[in-house]
Design a protein around this ligand. Sequence first.
Ligand code: C2E
Ligand code: CA
Ligand code: CA
Length: 683
Amino acid sequence: MTEAFAPSVTALGFVLAFLAAFAMLDLVKRLESRLDGPAFGWLAGASVAFATGLWSALVVGIDQLNLSYALGYHPGLSVGVWLFAAMFSSLSLAVACRRATAAARCLAGAGLMASGVVVTQILFLGALSLRPGITWPGPAVGTAWLCAGLGCACALWLHAEVRARAPRYLMAGQAVSALMLSTAIVVSQGLVLGAAGLDVQTSSAWQDRVPADSMAMLVTVGSIALLSMLLLLSQLEARWRDSLTGLPNRQIFEGTLAQATQRADASQGRVALLLVNLDGFKPINESFGHRAGDRVLREIAARLRSLAQAHMVARLGGDEFLLLIPDNPSIEDASGMAARALASTCLPCRIDGREAIVTSSIGIVMYPQHGALSTLIAHADAAMRVAKGSGGATYCFFEARMISGLREQTELLRDLRRALAQGELELYYQPKIHAPTGEITGAEALMRWQHPKLGMVSPTLFIPIAERYGLIGSLGNWLIDEVCRQIRVWRDGGLRMRVAINLSVHQLRQPDLVERIGRALRDHDVNPGLLTCEITESVAMEDAEGTIAIFNRLTQLGVSISIDDFGTGHSSLSYLRKLPTSELKIDRSFVLDLETSEDARKVASAVINLAKSLDLKVVAEGVETEGQNKILREFGCDQLQGFLFAKPMSAKALALWAMDDVGPRTMNFRSSLFKETCAAELV
Ligand code: C2E
Ligand code: CA
Ligand code: CA
């Protein structure tokens, strides 16, 4: 028996089982964020993956046995066993997936899964029709079931726990869970094969059908191809979908919208677009916590999803959703849908036994009456704002008068596109000062736009427009490349400047942000340690799971993360502790009032102490007076930034200052910033 056990646990079988378990868990993630219609496809995919792993590990394992008779497979029976395994996996996954955090569900799922595993193995051997025939010893089969159950339970529990509590270790957790599952499969396989006593059999009924070695070859290639494809599909899906709600993201939705308008053009029909913005979502995040906020968003997403056809609801960001009605809707159809969306969003959501109530404000646009494709979302947004302004919990159709000011915005947007193409944008750099020594240690990159007619346009004006109309991605890409290029130029000139860039929420949602930063660093041969990404507190706290994932990937690159405008958002301290950040920036508003307001002093000192206790550096921004400077130094602030020391300046001006001391203030640049001085190359 031991002889049969050892070789049947082959490395190849284990690899197949592991790949299958990993793909299955990955597909389960897609399934869990969408518990409605299309979820069925993912459930099927996950079950097929698991069944394939289980079944192919058997084929491969048996092929390795040194049996004295020729073994063959009956194609129909083999497929039947595989089908059985797939159906049983579906059942156990359906049980385990519905909120697997509950221990009972985990156990039930694992029990079912283990039964599926062992019964499949027994059926598989039965289907070989061996002679004289297998007599199953009860205790050995029971042990196999227990081992499989234990492995499955641990794996399911770990997977659910990591997802809920430590999403930053999601991939590692998934790999460990897959390892447990594959171990459960191969161990129970070993025990079942041992119990079957294949060596005392004398012949197989199907030895003239498919021979065991051809089957093993076929199954290995087929399984690897199938499992890789399923894994790829799952990964593609993750890129197209919002990770929190599982709804399509803006990019995908815009594609669908464009197609719908094209069809409308062709048939002279109409399209309606609803922009749903939740009222009173912030207080929920504040009083119930972020995980509860996430649950509400998921719940609302699922309700909206059930109102509309597949692919017609998307999450625009934060607490905003888009809903599309293609196929020539009337005004009444659109208002009817808006009324249903209002009614469904304002039903209470139960969170941990308490009830949270949100309502929504909805803006509606009709295509083509209310504008061209490129303006539809902006116009729906304008209408939504009017609905919100009138007290919320209502909907409003777009009207032209809602966009006074919008025309200027559209013009500015057009100019901004051109500015980007023609290089009218520039980065300015504002030095950061090391408080104890007064030396310059780095700089923050701030965007500047010299408009040919309007003069200098403030980033506080054009960044929000770029965000609203989807131009921020290109703007950010330019910024990332430009900053790395500049760091390289300085570095070549002997100045090792650390630079911080600002990332907006839309950039964080770009699937390729991290790759892009990595590529720019590599292209310009820049040490990642020289780059910091500033992300505002409100954004960092928003979409917990996704944010942690991105932060982790950035940190892995070697880039530092700083939480900007700290004190203006609502941080959950436990969450803050989990984020891999290295710096907090106290918001300017607190610095502004330092000399006059006791409260501002309390906040500033509390933030500095908090940062110290979390082992984070703290930067104060907007330091304008000697008084503020003194207070902040006394509080023990690490770094200072503000007009008192220097306004943002061109890269050239900063280099001149560093090299020749021609600057706004006599100040030393930290000596470690210099490699070897060759000022001539710098300017
Ligand atoms: P921020 O990240 O909080 O940047 C600091 C802002 O405070 C800058 O304004 C800076 O010029 C200003 N500032 C610095 N010291 C002082 C001071 O002592 N007194 C006063 N009154 N102001 C001071 P700026 O350059 O107008 O940028 C405003 C905001 O625009 C930034 O706020 C940031 O949120 C955004 N922004 C700027 N550049 C970029 C960019 O490249 N990408 C993104 N996504 N956002 C950017
Ligand atoms: Ca900043
Ligand atoms: Ca700031």
